[in-house]
Write a protein that binds this ligand. Structure first.
Ligand code: NAD
Length: 362
């Protein structure tokens, strides 16, 4: 395997690996280990160029630092990507090689599931390194994080609806949910069970049919979801969905969903704020999954009750962000960044620099 380090300002270590025999072409970005080892999922995507993969992994790694800082997981932020086709390139060889790549960083980076990766691939990685989380419950690991992410989103909704509508009666409100995947689907089931009205959309017609059978749920075509007159819009599919084209269409006063990187650009947070729309910063409200995984990374190992109790705290984390925003005249997105940066600064003052030695060269 060949390694190439890429110096990037503000990142502790960024390494590109290429292995001729297995075909692995991957990047690991360790953004910040001030608060602990850098934990973040592994994504497999057919990026057209290495440069695009690098842009993605850097943005995601930094997001993990901020997410973990605000959720008090005791972890730092990092991410990994494999450049490859999810259908044809998922070979055991490639993933075992990825495992050796992760292992070479000595535990400064710990991996987990992300887009395009399932437990099977993580198990191949786990043959070569112990720095892997999110394996099956049967193996003593924390399992699929999605139900925990959904739980955290519901918890976060209470903070949002109290802040904007002065109510914690989630059942009395109307939600528009984009994406009926592992997280969005679970959120819709829960809202329907509470008796709420839920309008949904998904590019997958079968998923739509499955959900339209639930009480209070109706389906709209994918491009109509932004225009639904509702109390809470919940982006639960893709990033970048809050942008110049969609924001003017919104007929809601709250946006609160699980998708990562919902704002296409930072100034879209300001645009929402100026239009009187309360935005729940994505990395605060969708932290349930990382909180669940972080419990597995403790020396005493995984315990579901501990995870659930910590996830309840997403409510307080959002309250802190909304209060900071009001007090310091910031948007919630800016306030969330401020909360994360303050936590990192405090820890740096306490510890010197990062708690981890610089990651070894692979
Ligand atoms: P998933 O792949 O299970 O679900 C995504 C769903 O969105 C699919 O049903 C897909 O058909 C649908 N979709 C795609 N494009 C769409 C569009 N244009 N309009 C409507 N629907 C569309 O993914 P997931 O695990 O549920 O994650 C959803 C989002 O939440 C992602 O952005 C992910 O990064 C983020 N997230 C997930 C977790 C987790 O624990 N799974 C944790 C944090 C953040």
């Amino acid at each position: 395997m060949e390694f190439r380090q890429v110096p990037v300002d503000g990142y502790e270590k960024v390494v590109v690996a290429k292995d001729h025999d297995s075909g692995l072409h991957a990047i690991i970005a360790i953004h910040d280990t001030t608060l602990g080892p850098a934990l973040g999922g592994l994504r497999m995507w057919d990026y057209p160029t290495e440069e695009e993969a690098l842009t993605d992994v850097l943005r995601l790694a930094r997001g993990m630092t901020y997410k973990s800082a605000c959720a008090n997981t005791g972890l730092g932020g990092g991410k990994a990507v494999i450049i490859g086709d999810q259908e044809s390139d998922k070979t055991e060889d490639r993933f075992r090689c990825m495992g050796r790549f992760i292992d070479s960083l000595g535990g400064r980076y710990i991996t987990a599931e992300d887009v395009g990766i399932s437990i099977r691939e993580l198990e191949w990685i786990g043959e070569e390194t112990r720095f892997v989380t999110g394996l099956s419950r049967q193996s003593g690991s924390s399992g699929n994080p999605s139900p925990f992410t959904a739980r955290g989103v519901i918890r976060g909704l209470f903070a949002c609806t109290e802040e904007r509508y002065g109510t914690s009666h989630l059942d009395r409100l109307h939600y528009a949910v984009q994406g009926l995947g592992q997280v969005g689907g679970e959120v819709v089931r829960c809202l329907s069970m509470l008796g709420a009205t839920v309008t949904v959309s998904d590019i997958n017609e079968e998923r739509c049919q499955e959900f339209v059978a639930l009480p209070g749920v109706e389906v709209v075509p994918i491009d109509e979801i932004y225009e639904v007159r509702c109390d809470v819009l919940m982006p639960c599919a893709l990033g970048g969905v809050l942008n110049d084209n969609t924001i003017p269409l919104l007929k809601t006063q709250v946006v609160a969903g699980c998708a990562n990187n919902q704002l296409l650009r930072d100034d879209h947070g300001r645009e929402l704020h100026d239009r009187g729309i309360l935005y729940a910063p994505d990395f605060i409200i969708n932290a349930g999954g990382i909180i669940n995984v972080s419990v597995e990374a403790r020396p005493e190992g995984y315990d579901e009750r501990t995870a659930v109790l910590k996830i309840e705290n997403i409510y307080n984390a959002l309250r802190e962000v909304f209060d900071t925003a009001r007090r310091e005249n910031l948007t919630p997105a800016e306030a969330a960044d401020r909360v994360a940066e303050n936590r990192l600064d405090e820890a740096r003052r306490r510890n010197g620099s990062s708690v981890m030695d610089v990651a070894p060269n692979p």
